[in-house]
Ligand binder design. Structure first.
Ligand code: ADP
Length: 259
């Protein structure tokens, strides 16, 4: 997949993974074009702040944001077959089996909005997922991914997760300890009721952290060996983490090639 950009108000085209043409506004030929044809992978334990930061990066780079956790929650909300299968797994804090994850991710990555790059939030989470993602990136002709590991202390994680409440209408995220809503239980933006994710209950949080330690943490070493791993101190404020990520994305501009 190659960028065919031109400037001056003209529209430009880039081939998608499926070979279809996709129209791209020419004004995306800016400092953010470095995001093109890249995968951003955010690693880190639950509660590290990957969701918030990955959405920001996707927005500023103008690429798709893919959260496998959100995709599963949507499937549960819509009552699909996939949703019925994954609901009890997620409620226990376990990981969804790789084949189900890969089928969902492969279908999503074939969509035209992923043709120019994407930010992955919560994926890959196991070594088999990472290996299969490598093959997808190869087939798509993407360069090396930008992989960022979010470091944060276990105490901070537990506080963040157990204090997290989400707007049931717009999805806005609050934390009762450090980012509370003005009126308890109500979203500042749209007045929606705030709800706690079923898997943010403390007994499930322990299971999720254990699954991370055992199955996802080894991925940092996997990407370190390929020379693509960066890290941020995710205990810092959201603004500080955003700044650190901005620098990493800019530095990644100079790297290319394949894994
Ligand atoms: P968090 O990172 O805060 O745990 P997510 O929203 O990313 O939250 O994921 C919620 C749950 O969805 C996980 O605990 C797991 O059950 C399931 N899940 C999400 N992504 C994956 C994945 N790549 N592989 C396996 N299970 C996943």
């Amino acid at each position: 997949m190659h960028w065919k950009g031109s400037v001056g108000g003209k529209r430009v085209y880039a081939p998608t993974c499926r070979g279809a043409k996709m129209e791209i506004p020419a004004n995306t030929c800016s400092a953010e074009t470095m995001a093109l044809n890249r995968a951003f992978i955010f690693l880190g334990p639950p509660g590290a702040g990957k969701g918030t930061q990955s959405k920001r990066i996707a927005q500023s780079c103008g690429v798709a944001h893919l959260s496998t956790g959100d995709m599963f929650r949507d499937a549960i909300g819509c009552g699909t077959e996939l949703g019925r299968v994954v609901k009890p797994i997620m409620e226990r804090g376990d990981l969804v089996p790789d084949d189900l994850v890969m089928k969902m991710v492969e279908e999503r990555l074939a969509q035209p909005d992923c043709a120019r790059g994407f930010v992955l939030d919560g994926f890959p989470r196991t070594l088999p997922q990472a290996e299969r993602l490598d093959r997808i990136l190869e087939v798509c002709g993407f360069g090396k991914p930008v992989v960022v590991d979010f470091w944060v202390s276990p105490e901070t994680l537990v506080r963040r997760l157990s204090g997290r409440w989400t707007c049931s209408v717009g999805g806005e995220i609050y934390n009762i300890y450090h980012a509370p809503p003005k009126v308890p239980g109500i979203c500042d933006h749209d007045g929606g009721k705030l709800v706690q994710r079923a898997d943010d209950r403390s007994e499930v949080v322990k299971e999720r952290l254990a699954a991370y330690e055992c199955q996802t943490k080894p991925l940092a070493e996997y990407y370190r060996r390929r020379g693509v791993l960066d890290a941020v101190d995710a205990s810092a404020s959201m603004e500080e983490v955003s700044r650190a990520l901005g620098k990493i994305v800019k530095c990644a501009e100079g790297r290319d090639g394949h894994l």
